[in-house]
Design a protein around this ligand. Structure first.
Ligand code: ATP
Ligand code: MG
Length: 487
């Protein structure tokens, strides 16, 4: 193919010596040239990159299909690039995920129905970008950035790729400001900072999606990017229509890659959500990134890695899974000067409420804090079922006042004291007056429980949460003051 020198865009800007002799005077002719040719050259400009990048490509041949993995020989393209695989129909796109000698392994991004033995495999030498821009707000897209909501094509000025360029840790602004998420239990006791990466650890059906929806509607972040990865298809619609609602949707972008999508699309879904969040952050906005769930992301990578022959290591997960997790998590956080922030919540499924699951373990180590949802609380109708005793925000001391931290500690202590003595209290074996700490815990528990609960549609702002926190702990402050007076 041609290179930049014989680009048609350059031909269009031909020199005056090529002009016919009866051309209008020079100034006028330049103006005419500009008027007629500028839009054309401008339009052609965008194709220039393709002309430069185009190189002759050798098409390969499909030799084997095992499960979801396609094997091909004869084509030479780098790892991570896309290929077009011919089928009985329009053909499918597949990504190169590995190779062995001359054989390349491809993972399709859609159904492999209609693939024939010996089918042509043509490397696509251009990168397929994801549209990024304000036009994405209110839209629902798939893992490849294509609209799913039937609201027409998404035409944006910019495109981004899922290529990760690690941020220099020294260029990141420190986490200094709290982020209001509109949920009282979080704002007051597990305060999240702008640019923090939190884990939401929970088993199935204990209220993860509802909590994420509450945060989407209640947060003061400029934009919310929601990645629904590996969910049941029905749940995606439910989340968008019922949990997110019109108000939440207007300033959010939803990337959906439900369970029936190929593992590649589920993997890409998470990465696309992170790429979109990065775009908004680079525009100076504060972004809230919600990924439900990172466990499904790890499982998608496990499927791909095992299919191309990577040996399983920890509980069936190959090592690449544990390399991909920190890479994904590190994409969130504060940007450099002049950039915004990405505050992220990653849900982690603790199957059978097992907190020692390898993904939960790996995630806990790389995140800046975790919120644990308890099945016991959910079963008793306490929503959001946040176990404040087991949850922690590691950056809370950097974003809150000393007084706020003291009050949050008191809530945890009261809870812990109550839990430790719960059995005695419930069977009536505890005699009031034996221990002043237990007495005050028993006295405050109904108010504290009410304080930590919140209806699905309620939004409680940060300042109101702090006022409520001080109010609910007032009896404790009074008791302490009285105790000091007596001494
Ligand atoms: N704040 C709340 N107030 C009242 N009910 C709630 C609240 N949060 C959750 N629930 C109840 O819990 C149910 C399950 O919640 P949700 O769908 O969010 O769970 P999940 O953890 O996302 O489940 P899954 O693992 O299936 O995705 C909801 O249908 C709702 O009845
Ligand atoms: Mg859910």
């Amino acid at each position: 193919m041609s290179d930049a020198t014989n680009n048609p865009a350059d031909d269009a800007l031909s020199t005056p010596s090529n002009k016919p002799s009866n051309a209008p005077p020079k100034a006028a002719s330049n103006a005419l040239l500009n008027e007629q040719q500028a839009p054309l050259t401008k339009r052609l400009e965008r194709y220039k990159k393709f002309i430069k990048k185009s190189k002759p490509t050798a098409a390969g041949r499909l030799t084997r299909v095992v499960g979801l993995t396609l094997e091909a020989v004869g084509c030479r393209a780098p790892l991570g690039s896309l290929c077009h695989v011919e089928t009985m129909g329009e053909g499918i796109t597949a990504e190169i995920v590995g190779f062995s000698d001359d054989c390349i392994f491809l993972m399709p991004s859609e159904s492999i129905h209609g693939v024939l033995p010996g089918a042509r495999v043509v490397p696509l030498m251009h990168e397929v970008g994801i549209p990024v821009g304000m036009e994405l707000l209110g839209r629902v897209i798939d893992g490849a950035g294509r609209p799913l909501d039937g609201l027409g094509p998404i035409i944006t000025e910019h495109e981004a790729t899922n290529k990760v360029t690690p941020t220099n840790p020294l260029n990141r602004r420190p986490i200094k400001e709290p982020l209001d998420v509109g949920v009282r239990a979080i704002n007051s006791v597990i305060t999240v900072g702008q640019g923090q990466r939190m884990g939401l650890f929970a088993g199935s059906g204990v209220g993860k999606s509802v909590l994420l929806g509450m945060m989407t509607r209640g947060t003061t972040a400029d934009v919310v990017v929601v990645g629904l990865i590996g969910e049941r298809g029905r749940e995606v619609k439910e989340f968008i229509e019922e949990i997110l609602g019109e108000e939440g949707r207007a300033r959010s972008v939803v990337v959906a890659a439900p369970a029936d999508n190929s593992p590649l699309m589920r993997l890409k879904g998470c990465e696309t959500a992170a790429t979109i969040a990065e775009y908004f952050r680079d525009q100076g906005m504060n972004v809230l990134l919600l990924l439900d769930s990172v466990t499904r992301y790890a499982q998608a990578q496990r499927e791909i890695a095992l299919a191309v022959g990577e040996p399983p290591a920890t509980k069936g997960y190959p090592p690449s899974v544990f390399a991909k997790l920190p890479a994904l998590v590190e994409r969130a956080g504060n940007g450099g000067e002049g950039q915004g922030s990405i505050t992220a919540f990653y849900t982690v499924l603790t199957e059978g409420d097992d907190m020692q699951d390898p993904i939960a373990d790996a995630a806990r180590a790389i995140l800046d804090g975790h919120i644990v949802l308890s099945r016991e609380l959910a079963d008793s109708g306490h929503y959001p079922a946040i176990d404040v005793e087991k949850s922690i925000s590691r950056v809370m001391p950097n974003v809150t006042t000393d007084e706020h931290q003291m009050l949050a500690r008191q809530v945890k202590q009261l809870y812990s004291i109550y839990q430790q003595n719960k059995d005695l209290i419930s069977i009536g074996a505890y005699t009031a007056g034996t221990n002043p700490e237990i007495d005050i815990a028993i006295q405050l528990m109904p108010a504290l429980n009410e304080f930590l609960q919140q209806g699905m549609t309620d939004v409680i702002g940060y300042e109101e949460c702090l006022a409520n926190l001080a109010h609910v702990l007032q009896p404790l402050a009074d008791a302490q003051a009285q105790h000091q007076q007596q001494q």
